[in-house]
Design a binder for this molecule. Structure first.
Ligand code: TYD
Length: 212
């Protein structure tokens, strides 16, 4: 658990709208006077090394084994936590992060079949005490999510390009983790963007206001 600030992470399948919602939320909370730091994984805003590891992981030309993939995400995370997340949390800010360890638990643990326990162990060293306080899951059928990406003509990275059944497995893994952990907030991301923003804001503010 974090110390002074609050560590909020957004998770979900490809095309669930995380980036749009998180950017909007960051601006809304900032305009209300909250100290906010916005970052994302893989990589991390403010860490050159974590960003270099991001390029290695997502490059479609690299043939990356699942074990290598899990370690690379964890290595980038170790740097991101120490260089960026921890200092902002210790300053008392709310850190909003687009993807974090639950992506590894879903994609590498379940999707790549490494097992969630093993992935959890690798990440324990990387994260130390900075596990997320709140996880917002934008739940969406990946058929819709990837369809949105295609429509928007957005380029696909090495992991986006996996078959649909892989993405369905990821969705299932997220829902299972969320059902077993009360740090999760689940929002139905198939609703209109306005409704998704509304739900995220309302549910998150409720949790933040009762914090500590
Ligand atoms: P990104 O371009 O950030 O996509 P998105 O907009 O979906 O967040 O690419 C991140 C990809 O990396 C995405 O397919 C999920 C995957 N990923 C993992 O497999 N494990 C991880 O630990 C993280 C952080 C991401």
């Amino acid at each position: 658990m974090s110390q002074k600030g609050i560590f909020v992470v957004f998770e979900g399948v490809e095309g669930c709208g995380k980036s749009t919602v998180i950017k909007w939320l960051s601006e809304s909370l900032q305009s209300e006077g909250y100290g906010i730091y916005l970052t994302r994984e893989p990589g991390g805003k403010g860490s050159d090394l974590a960003e270099s590891i991001r390029q290695l992981i997502l490059n479609p030309e690299n043939n990356v084994y699942p074990e290598t993939e899990a370690y690379l995400f964890a290595a980038s995370r170790a740097q991101h936590v120490r260089e960026v997340i921890a200092p902002h949390i210790e300053k008392g800010e709310i850190v909003l992060c687009d993807r974090f360890v639950h992506s590894s638990l879903a994609y590498q643990g379940v999707g790549r079949k490494l097992g969630q326990d093993q992935v959890n162990n690798i990440n324990q060293l990387a994260i130390g005490k900075y596990w997320p306080d709140i996880i917002v899951l934008l739940d969406l059928d990946p058929v819709i999510g990837l369809g949105r990406k295609e429509k928007g003509n957005m380029s696909k990275d090495r992991i986006d390009s996996e078959v649909m059944s892989f993405h369905q497995t990821i969705r299932g893994a997220y829902l299972k983790m969320a059902s077993e952990d009360d740090r999760f907030i689940i929002v139905d991301a198939s609703q209109s963007l306005e409704k998704v923003k509304d739900d995220v804001y309302r549910l998150l503010i409720e949790k933040i206001k009762t914090w500590k």
